[in-house]
Design a protein around this ligand. Structure first.
Ligand code: MTE
Ligand code: MO
Length: 560
């Protein structure tokens, strides 16, 4: 009986030690969150470690993450980090049972790792960025040391001074005598007359409760303060009065929307617009203090623009379909919006920039964002007459924070990662030889025009439909070249012409539909588009890496 009770006690102490570790981890994260809200929300340990992880993720794994978790990839990453922190914290707690000081010091080691990650972030604001991790770790170490102290000394070993100090003085210890040689094996050879290793249940529960309460409060306060910080940005966004464009978008032809249920709307509502970026915390930029700097090779007149200055310039308004290079064949990362902005080539010409074809020295433009993202865009394309712009509005409202408020870049015809810098703050003219931006360093192509793609939106893959006439429909895009034809193939039959909606511009996608006379049974429907230059979409399958997926979208459907 005695042995059993001691074993139970051992298990109980282990569990309580693990719980102490978890609480210490929680306290650490809460203290870090509160500190980050005062220093810089982006400097919190989960964010800096997550950011470091994103930057180091091999392209193939990132692609897998986007494919598997879609736009929840960031949530999954953060939950993964939290789970890892929790596991490590619980293990440290159990370790601290034997080695209280070393266990607590272990928390500090993780704090140092967080601090190092914070300093290594490309958008690190300065040495203060280490504070959230360090303050958090200090709080965590303290909590662990204190809580484990309340658990009493090792079962079969004389308690060390700091272990008994807290436990015997207060509360009603449940006296379980420690005995050498009872099978717990913790202290072979320990003297039998060792003092009872008592634990202080009431003291522990009290300390644990206080820790949980204070941590929850600190975390909530941190959240609230971070929210307050963003208020200036939100107010500056709310105060934006969008000027009327000097060059309005050509009206969208009535026939551009086929109004077929299940087909992507011609204009994607902002709330439904896909989002792809590396920002774990969406940058909330105050437009009133924002500025854009243009400088670099071949810039004879470098200068900066405020947001108000950009709004005072002549603005163009255009419908443009944006596409992500990570979009699989048939995938969701394409969206179309009406953008309002400043023509980028105007600004570049004012700065003295010439395109390479006119002898300009810079062939690459690096856009830098407030979160230190870098995107490289060919200067030639930006200045070849297409509607490359610094956009300030999306579908009639200032850019949503998620989509780059106050200003983002857009270049029709190029994948987002080589053109569509959100939260932009700097444009540097350079050469492709001299500089590789973020994604290029990670294996993606330097130049990436959007590949021709057609997508079947309805019927959905593996849908069951009735036999007879079935509406097959979707969208096709080949930005800046336009879509000239869409064809459908049923099983291995001949290619048949689909009907095309009216083309708004060559920079937008185009809806299409096909009346399919479905015979009972399983069928494969395949679609292909031909771009405005008469080039048929390739059937060659390519992965998204390095310059965009190719191949044709198919769905399997059962009719009857
Ligand atoms: N600052 C910043 N801008 C960025 C990115 C990013 O990670 N950070 N991602 C780019 C990529 S890969 C794409 S496809 C587009 C997506 O823009 P959206 O999120 O508004 O759809 O933004 C681009 N601009
Ligand atoms: Mo992208």
């Amino acid at each position: 009986m005695r042995v059993v009770s001691i074993n139970r006690r051992t298990v109980e102490r282990g569990a309580l030690a693990a719980a102490s570790g978890l609480l210490a981890g929680f306290a650490a994260l809460a203290a870090a969150e509160l500190t980050a809200s005062l220093v810089r929300p982006q400097a919190g340990p989960v964010t800096v470690i997550g950011g470091a992880a994103i930057d180091r993720t091999p392209a193939a794994l990132k692609d897998f993450a986007i494919r598997t978790f879609g736009e929840n990839d960031k949530l999954v990453l953060q939950l993964g980090i939290l789970a890892t922190v929790g596991l490590l914290a619980a293990l440290l707690g159990m370790f601290a049972l034997r080695h209280r000081r070393t266990g607590a010091a272990g928390v500090l080691v993780f704090g140092a790792l967080g601090a190092a990650a914070a300093l290594g972030r490309p958008d690190a604001a300065g040495p203060a960025d280490v504070l959230p991790s360090l303050v958090g770790a200090a709080a965590g170490a303290m909590v662990l040391y204190l809580l484990v102290g309340k658990l009493g000394g090792p079962v079969a070993r004389p308690s060390s001074g700091d272990d008994t100090a807290a436990s015997t003085a207060e509360g009603s210890p449940i006296g379980i005598e420690s005995r050498a040689g009872t099978g717990t094996g913790t202290g072979a050879g320990a003297p039998d007359h060792s003092p009872p290793a008592a634990w202080n249940r009431r003291g522990f529960l009290l300390a644990a409760g206080v820790t949980a309460l204070v941590s929850t409060g600190a975390g909530a306060l941190g959240r609230a303060l971070t929210g307050r910080r963003a208020q200036g940005a939100a107010a500056s966004r709310a105060a934006v009065r969008l000027p009327t464009p000097d060059s309005p978008a050509p009206p969208i032809p009535a026939g551009a929307s086929l109004r077929i249920p299940g087909v992507s709307a011609f204009t994607t509502p902002n709330k439904e617009f896909y989002r792809v970026d590396t920002a774990l915390v969406v940058p909330k930029v105050d437009a009133d203090t924002w500025s854009l700097r243009i400088h670099g090779k071949g810039v004879s007149r470098p200068r900066s623009y405020s947001f108000a200055e950009l709004l005072q310039r002549p603005l163009i308004e255009r419908d443009i379909t944006l596409t992500c290079v990570s979009n699989e064949v048939g995938g969701p990362y394409a969206g179309s919006a009406r953008w309002l902005g400043v023509r980028l080539s105007d600004l570049l010409r004012e700065a003295g920039v010439q395109p390479p074809s006119r002898g300009g020295r810079a062939d690459q433009l690096i856009a830098r964002s407030v979160d230190a993202m870098t995107l490289g865009t060919p200067v030639e394309e930006v200045m070849d007459g297409r509607d490359a712009m610094l956009a300030v509005a999306m579908n009639g409202e200032p850019l949503p924070f998620e989509h780059g408020f106050p200003v983002r870049m857009l270049v029709p015809g190029l994948y987002g990662y080589v053109s569509a810098c959100k939260w932009i703050r700097e444009i540097e003219l350079t050469t492709f030889d001299a500089y590789d931006p973020y994604w290029v360093k990670r294996g993606w192509a330097r130049r990436a025009p959007i590949k021709t793609q057609a997508r079947i939106d309805t019927p959905k893959p593996f849908a069951r439909t009735s036999a007879g006439t079935v509406m097959v429909a979707g969208v096709a895009w080949a930005q800046h070249r336009g879509i000239e034809r869409v064809e459908i193939q049923v099983d291995d039959g001949p290619w048949q012409e689909a009907s095309l909606a009216a083309q708004a511009t060559t920079d937008t996608w185009r809806q299409w539909s096909f009346d399919w006379k479905a015979t009972p049974g399983g069928h494969r429907l395949t679609v292909r588009a031909t771009d405005g230059r008469g080039e048929v979409q390739t059937e060659l399958r390519a992965r998204t890496i390095p310059d965009g997926a190719s191949g044709r979208h198919s769905v399997f459907v059962t009719a009857g």
